[in-house]
Write a protein that binds this ligand. Structure first.
Ligand code: IPE
Ligand code: IPE
Ligand code: MG
Length: 241
C-alpha cells in the first residue's frame, strides 16, 4: 500500500492527543499515558526520517495545558526533561536537529537549560528538523510577532527611519516558526477534530488528517495511513487546477 506514495510532505505536524484516555482505559494514572506517549514520539521520529520527511513538529504542551493540575504539569515537565536528555545521543548520531518552540519564559529554568544545550549541540544537523512545540499556542505566536513588529516600529521612529513594510512574508519572519515551512499535513490523534489553538497562522493551507487512534498506540502503520491520505489530496491554494 505504502509503495503507492509518491508525494511525501515536507513538513508533518502532529497534535499528539489521547494520552489521558489511553491510561484511563487501562486503569492507569494519566501520567503513565504520557509516559507511554514518549515511545510513540520515538517511533514517529524514526519513521519520519526513514520516509524522508524533512520537518516533523510535535505539539507536546500547549499554553492552555498550564491550567491542568500541578501534579500533571510537573510530571509532564519532568518527562520532557528526561525524554530529551535521554535522546540527546540519538539525535546527534542520527543527524537530527532539535528545536523547541513556544513561550520559553514559562518553561522551568532547569528544563530550559537542557533544551538550549541540545539545541546548540544539534544546530547544524540536517537529516530531519524535530520541532517540539512546547508551551506553544497559535494566538501567543501571532501576538508575540505583533509585539515584535511594534518594537521594530518604535525603534525606527526613535531613529527617524521609515516604518518597515508589513506583509504576509515579513510577518511570517516574526513568527516563532521562522525558517520552517508551513505544515503540509497536520495529524491529530484521539478522535478530536479541532485545532486547539495550534499553528493558527501557519495552518492556512494545511491538509488535516484525523484518526481515532490514541497517541500512545500510534505507530508506523497509522503514520502510513495519514501519508497515504495526504498523497490522495489535491491542494489548490484557492486557485484552479
Ligand atoms: C495529550 O494527551 C498530551 C497533552 C496535552 C500534554 P492528553 O493529556 O490531552 O490526553 P486526553 O485528551 O486527556 O486523553
Ligand atoms: C492539544 O490537546 C494540545 C496537545 C496535544 C499538546 P488538548 O488535549 O490540550 O486539547 P483539547 O483541550 O482537547 O482541545
Ligand atoms: Mg487531550
Amino acid at each position: 500500500m505504502i509503495s503507492k506514495i509518491t508525494n511525501i510532505p515536507i513538513h508533518v505536524s502532529i497534535i499528539m492527543d489521547g494520552n489521558g484516555r489511553w491510561a484511563r482505559k487501562k486503569g492507569y494514572e494519566r501520567l503513565l499515558g504520557h509516559n507511554a506517549g514518549v515511545e510513540s514520539v520515538k517511533a514517529a521520529v524514526k519513521y519520519a526520517r526513514e520516509k524522508g520527511i524533512r520537518y516533523l513538529s510535535l505539539f507536546a504542551f500547549s499554553e492552555e495545558n498550564w491550567g491542568r493540575p500541578d501534579e500533571e504539569v510537573s510530571g509532564l515537565m519532568a518527562l520532557m526533561a528526561k525524554g530529551i536528555a535521554t535522546e540527546r545521543e540519538s539525535l546527534v548520531r542520527n543527524n537530527i536537529r532539535l528545536r523547541v518552540i513556544g513561550n520559553r519564559d514559562q518553561i522551568p529554568k532547569g528544563l530550559r537549560g537542557v533544551v538550549e544545550e541540545i539545541e546548540a549541540a544539534t544546530l547544524s544537523n540536517s537529516s530531519l528538523d524535530l520541532i517540539v512545540m512546547f508551551s506553544y499556542s497559535g494566538r501567543w505566536d501571532i501576538l508575540q510577532a505583533a509585539r515584535k513588529y511594534g518594537e521594530i516600529c518604535a525603534k525606527a521612529t526613535r531613529e527617524g527611519l521609515s516604518l518597515p513594510d508589513l506583509d504576509q512574508n515579513s510577518f511570517t519572519e516574526l513568527l516563532s516558526t521562522v525558517g520552517i515551512p508551513d505544515p503540509d499535513l497536520i495529524i491529530r490523534t484521539s478522535g478530536e477534530q479541532r485545532i486547539s489553538n495550534y499553528m493558527l497562522w501557519q495552518a492556512a493551507y494545511t491538509e488535516f488528517y484525523f484518526t481515532d487512534v490514541l497517541w500512545p498506540d500510534f505507530r508506523k502503520t497509522d503514520f502510513d495511513l495519514a501519508l497515504e491520505s495526504f498523497n490522495n489530496r489535491q491542494r489548490r491554494f484557492g486557485k484552479l487546477k
